[in-house]
Design a protein around this ligand. Sequence first.
Ligand SMILES: O=P(O)(O)OC[C@H]1O[C@H](OP(=O)(O)OP(=O)(O)O)[C@H](O)[C@@H]1O
Ligand SMILES: Nc1ncnc2[nH]cnc12
Length: 278
Amino acid sequence: MNHAPRETAKPVFKKQCLRPTLLKVRPAGRQRPHGPTLAARELSVSVAPSAAERHPASLARLPHWFPPPRAPHFRNHPTQYRNSGAAGTSKEKPTMSAESEEQKLERVRQQVRSFPDFPSPGINFRDITPLLKDPSAFCTAMDLMEAHVRKCFPRVDVIAGLDSRGFLFGPVLAQRLGIGFVLIRKKGKLPGPTESVSYSLEYGKAELEIQTDAVDAGQKVLIIDDLLATGGTLWAACQLMKKKGAEILECLVLIELTSLRGTEKLKSVPIYSLLQYD
Ligand SMILES: O=P(O)(O)OC[C@H]1O[C@H](OP(=O)(O)OP(=O)(O)O)[C@H](O)[C@@H]1O
Ligand SMILES: Nc1ncnc2[nH]cnc12
């Protein structure tokens, strides 16, 4: 199967936000110690307040639980990466103008490369390693995911990431939202009591597992992975979440291979992808 890159630069929200955008404004008593910037005040919305409300002790750790959304005007500017050794080597030119969403998506897309016939003939492998090597583009991808989640879901209790490339995005997103991350792993990797589901891949078969205590019944869960192909992996993850009685808000992926029709396999589960390829 050959998936030629398609030059669309719009995120696809397959089954759209099921709710209207309900943005919670940070209550007055919960400003960060140094006070928010103007832009942060304007963007002072969070999916996490309910988590802090449910765990009052965590309010003492607000900077960790409530990472402020960064000001869009300064995002992706090379000087933003003060702690990054790579900042000085970025090929990106400094710019003072805000990028459009399409421009951001395009920069992310440029850091995904293709390897035909890997890992087997007919598979066009979408390789995200250049994106991970580019802190600016990776940050932009996370900005886009974060903005989407904040806009669409007033409350998310936990992010569940898929083994293994879902682990590259899930914990970063969870940190930004101030919520927890749980692992959905391939069989035999998790200690203690687990529950499992088997599934088929674009190139093989596998079994997914979750620790029995990873999520509670009724929790609102967002499932994240790098890529949606046939949908087998995300389908299995959804089965695990349903077994646990969790509420699946959405499956969020960086890349969707549209010709493989994974969304059909996932039926009623909302899917959101930043980049699409045939
Ligand atoms: O939609 P599907 O057809 O199920 O395929 C998508 C899955 O395949 C890849 O993972 P893989 O199992 O190759 O594992 P890896 O992330 O450890 O490389 C990818 O990261 C997704 O998890
Ligand atoms: N074509 C593909 N590229 C990268 N990861 C994949 N996982 C399943 N199909 C894939």
